[in-house]
Design a protein around this ligand. Sequence first.
Ligand code: ZN
Length: 266
Amino acid sequence: MNKYIDIGINLTNRQFQNDADDVIQNALDADVVQMILTGTSVRNSQESARIAAKYSGVLYATAGIHPHDAKSFDGQSIAQLKALLKMKHVVSVGECGLDFDRDFSPRDKQEQCYKAQLELAIAVQKPLFLHERAAFSRFIAVTNEYLPQLPKAVVHCFTGSLQEAKTYLDKGFYLGFTGAISDVNRFAHLKEVVQYVPLNRLMIETDAPFMLPKNVPKTELTKYHERRNEPAFLPYVAGTIAKLNGVGLDVIAKHSTENARAFFEL
Ligand SMILES: [Zn+2]
């Protein structure tokens, strides 16, 4: 039986407020055996850690501040994240990084917040869950300053170019893929990226409730939530990778699960 690990779900999102437990059960029924809740702010990381604690061995959490939330970063943030990272089920620092696509936080603030989290990851020696959107060259420049001391890192929801993927892989980073890879119109270039990435460096995620894979049949979508992505749909992400690489679904399930387990020490 194939088993899957979703390395990124936003379970505290409003779209899950009424049925989060059902969403987790549906994922388990779909052989998604472990899930990591993405922390995007101090408060949200605290909430994610609290939920994850209720599902020992199944749910885990990251602790971090998304670049969109960098404006909330203050003198207490790092101590608050550090307290969360003492918990065994809080397995990763992030998501953190730079996002110049929408600039919801000023860029200098984003950099300050990102650097502080890189230093935090070095201090606590837990792997990094990175976010980069439309900020590649600045992101690389900032990250390079810390590279020799950095723990393992995954660039989540990768949608960049093949050249960018190569740069990340050369640094030893992993890449996380979402349902974006099934959007052959918007993300056609991801085909060659997926084909290039070695099987021992890829992980899969839904980034639910966002990034609904195009190949999920309409009949599987939850009533009243026709556009909501769920961790139960993770096998469709694996299915797209398998198809693009011309290998069996079991091959992608096995490698992505092994990678995630070793990376996050689940
Ligand atoms: Zn992200």
